[in-house]
Design a protein around this ligand. Structure first.
Ligand SMILES: [Zn+2]
Length: 67
């Protein structure tokens, strides 16, 4: 008698992007990081976030006159 412990990855456990489209539909793209503790967004939304950070940093730099 052999007991096999196979970790079957259930499709329900697959990490999906948590972002929503402009129309309010959940983003269907897979998350970049399957770690449940990580931020779960797809590469497209990650790129949008990066762009937002760049804009904010540019604004902060001009507002404060630093950087
Ligand atoms: Zn997404």
């Amino acid at each position: 008698m052999t007991t096999t412990k196979t970790a079957v990855a259930s499709p329900d456990r697959e990490s999906r992007c948590r972002m929503y489209s402009r129309r309010g539909n959940p983003c269907a793209n897979p998350a970049l990081d399957s770690d449940p503790n990580a931020v779960q967004i797809c590469i497209r939304h990650a790129a949008e976030v990066l762009e937002l950070i760049r804009e904010r940093q540019a604004n902060l730099a001009t507002d404060r006159g630093v950087l």
